[in-house]
Write a protein that binds this ligand. Structure first.
Ligand code: ARG
Length: 281
């Protein structure tokens, strides 16, 4: 791995390069909170679906303005969490490893996303093991970081390693509020990440520190608004508008943070990244 900052005078940042992304999203037409599968969800409290759609539209518009190719999957009535497209699968080199959800409430989403991948020219791999797609699999520095502890099973880490022929680094999540890896780690570019140390057990922290000695360490307050649940093109980093210190850290490192308010989708326990599945052809 190269850490160009180490070879530059202190204070200097490597030039950040935006690489236009292709993503899949799902309009939250049927979004609500009707069950509780993470601590953020309170089915007794009201949700506002039209507000969720308006906020989601802002995110969609940011991506379009950044020049992203944004694909849409048709939302399905009765699947209120389908808006969290990151969980729909994991895609590298046109190979779409399908999701197999932990909780029955979300299980029908797996085949729905696989059908979309198949209809759109991806090489679909039917999952044998429980996994929640890009919620728990992140590609950075040529390796796959894979979360476990709450949703994705470690057996699927081996399954993904076999499918992609890449090294998979398993990381144990220990805080139920940060139940998917993409709530505790943000991929900033090909070589660096931001993360919340307290979300991981000690052996996992050691792996993270040795792979990413120059990582951005995010504070509890910013993580608690799902600030890490962000999406970067290598220069522009779309983040929760409320994650103010993270915003400052990104600016200092030469990135361009773009804040968005997804407060309504936070009621389901998701943010920017959860609404975004990267399609790597
Ligand atoms: N309510 C959804 C769940 O608990 C939220 C998923 C968030 N997605 C993510 N990639 N972190 O499954």
């Amino acid at each position: 791995m190269t850490h160009s900052s180490a070879t530059q005078p202190s204070g200097a940042n490597p030039a950040r390069v935006a690489i236009t992304r292709t993503v899949l999203m799902c309009r939250p037409e049927f979004f609500t909170v009707s069950y509780r599968i993470n601590p953020w969800m309170h089915p007794d409290e009201p949700t506002d679906t039209s507000l969720a759609v308006r906020q989601w539209n802002e995110l969609y518009k940011i991506y379009v303005d950044l020049g992203f190719e944004v694909h849409l999957i048709e939302p399905i009535a009765g699947l209120p969490d389908m808006v969290y497209a990151a969980n729909g699968g994991f895609v590298i080199n046109n190979i779409a490893y399908g999701a197999r959800f932990t909780y029955p409430q979300r299980q029908p989403e797996g085949p729905a996303y696989m059908e979309w991948f198949g209809a759109n020219g991806f090489d679909v791999r039917d999952p044998r093991e429980i996994n929640e797609g890009e919620g728990d699999f992140l590609l950075v520095a040529g390796v796959i970081l894979a979360g476990t502890g709450f949703r994705t099973a470690t057996n699927s880490h081996a399954e993904a390693a076999g499918i992609y022929g890449r090294e998979v680094v398993s990381l144990n999540l220990i805080n139920p509020s940060f139940y998917h890896l993409d709530t505790a780690i943000a991929v900033l570019d090909d070589s660096n990440i931001a993360y919340l140390p307290s979300a991981f057990d000690a052996p996992s922290l050691e792996k993270i520190r040795s792979l990413f000695p120059d990582a951005v360490v995010v504070n509890e307050e910013d993580a608690a608004v799902l600030g890490l649940n962000s999406f970067s093109d290598g220069y522009n980093v779309v983040i929760a508008a409320r994650a103010k210190d993270f915003e400052r850290q990104l600016r200092e490192r030469g990135y361009n943070p773009i804040g968005v308010d997804l407060s309504e989708l936070l009621l389901g326990g998701g943010g920017v990244k959860c609404c975004t599945l990267e399609l790597r052809r």
